[in-house]
Write a protein that binds this ligand. Structure first.
Ligand code: FAD
Length: 381
């Protein structure tokens, strides 16, 4: 069996669940074959190496996967649902870290440039990013500002022709390799939600990255990035000055939908692998069968909530409650599915990796506690 699971190379055509269409299921087959040929065979080596080659991002770009969500005029396909299919199939490579590295570039760092970027910024960063020739990271979290993003301290001082940047960003995915860091900075002396801006910071003088060790996501590089008197030109302000909090909030919606999509797909892969092993061994006792049945229920509940949130999000308007519920429901659940699978057939290296990788879900993109706070607010609490 491959590291990616029992069905990594044997895709069967699914009936499309809205908002997916027949065309998306065709796309799924193409992406699944590509992932099985280009990524899955190398997962073990990249996990061991603690990183994957930059060329992987270039090849994703050349295949057309990085631009699925973005406008045609920027080199994309204007098909956000296609980007969802890519995220689902990417999860089937069996390495959360590899999926995270590619996903951080295309799913959380490039979208704000597409949404708020000037024509010059789109030309310089978005188009090469979609081709996979430039790698982007999103830098929001700091050593003393995680859940409470309003307390960020990385500071941009206005100077003639731009800004001078000082501070640090922690746990930044692609933080070692990124050519450009979409960076949240404090741009006024006032604290709180106002006075946050975004700067497109190119790697150069004053930007240093230090790698961080993690429980999972071994193939993904995660870094502490330090900015020491970094000169950022005027033209690299992304979106309105001092209004960056809105950018953070808008970006969170898509990031959380994509995290839910990835968690459900990774949990489903773990369950498929486990059921194949159990079936191959001639079946299992009732306790194991019931545990796996419950795991299957978690996968289907997660998918239903996530597709619901996706439909609302794509329709526009306020999807906060649905997106928050999908993120909260899927992350711990995916970890529990992988854990139940490991208990059923372990020891198993692919499932051990899935358990390690999926532990990040209840932390990244807003912790479970923060999701509960947000959901409570939608109930008027
Ligand atoms: C592998 C990895 C990759 C990451 N990639 C990126 C990236 O690319 N870019 C980026 O900007 N960030 C990234 N992050 C950071 C991630 O978004 C943060 O870790 C997350 O937002 C939580 O922040 P924190 O770690 O500072 O924890 P804290 O905010 O310090 O929280 C610690 C604990 O306190 C709880 N808590 C905090 N506030 C409240 C509250 N008000 N009510 C109840 N409980 C609360 C939290 O839920 C948590 O359990 C990454 C993190 C990891 C681990």
């Amino acid at each position: 069996m491959s590291a990616g699971g029992a069905t990594a190379t044997t895709a069967t055509r699914r009936r499309p669940l809205p908002p997916l269409t027949e065309a998306h299921e065709e796309l799924r087959l193409r992406i699944r074959a590509w992932v099985a040929a280009e990524l899955t065979p190398h997962v073990e080596a990249w996990e061991q190496a603690g990183s994957f080659p930059d060329d992987v991002i270039r090849r994703c770009g050349a295949a057309g996967w990085l631009g699925l969500k973005f406008p045609v005029e920027d080199g994309g396909a204007d098909d956000p649902v296609g980007a969802v299919v890519f995220a689902e199939e990417l999860a089937r490579c069996g390495s959360g870290g590899l999926a995270a590295g590619i996903g951080a570039h295309a799913g959380i760092a490039l979208p704000p440039i597409a949404r708020f970027g000037t024509p010059e910024q789109r030309e310089r960063y978005l188009r090469p990013g979609i081709r996979g020739e430039l790698i982007a990271a999103l830098g929001i979290t700091e050593p003393d500002a995680g859940s409470d993003v309003a307390s960020i301290r990385t500071h941009a001082r206005r100077v003639e022709g731009g800004w001078v940047l000082n501070g640090a960003k922690l746990y930044i995915t692609n933080g070692m390799r990124a050519d450009v860091i979409v960076t949240a900075v404090r741009s006024t002396a006032a604290g709180g939600h106002h006075g946050i801006s975004f700067l497109l910071v190119e790697r150069g003088a004053g930007v240093t990255s230090a790698p961080l060790r993690k429980l999972g996501w071994h193939a993904s590089d995660t870094a502490l990035i330090t900015f020491d008197d970094v000169a950022v030109p005027e033209g690299n302000l992304l979106g309105p000055e001092h209004e960056g909090f809105r950018l953070i909030m808008e970006n969170f919606a898509w990031e959380r939908v994509m995290m839910a999509i990835g968690a459900v797909a990774a949990a489903e892969l773990a369950l498929e692998r486990t059921c194949a092993v159990v079936a191959g061994a001639g079946g299992a006792g009732q306790e194991t069968r019931h545990a796996l049945a419950e795991a299957g229920l978690l996968v289907e509940q997660g998918r239903a909530l996530t597709y619901h949130a996706l439909r609302l999000h794509l329709a526009g308007g306020d999807a906060v409650a649905a997106v928050t519920a999908a993120k909260l429901a899927t992350q711990r659940a995916a970890f529990e599915v992988a854990d139940a699978c490991l208990a059923a057939i372990g020891p198993d290296p692919a499932l051990e990796r899935a358990v390690r990788d999926l532990r990040l879900g209840p932390i990244g993109g807003g912790t479970d506690e923060i999701m509960r706070e947000l959901l409570g607010r939608t109930l008027g609490l």
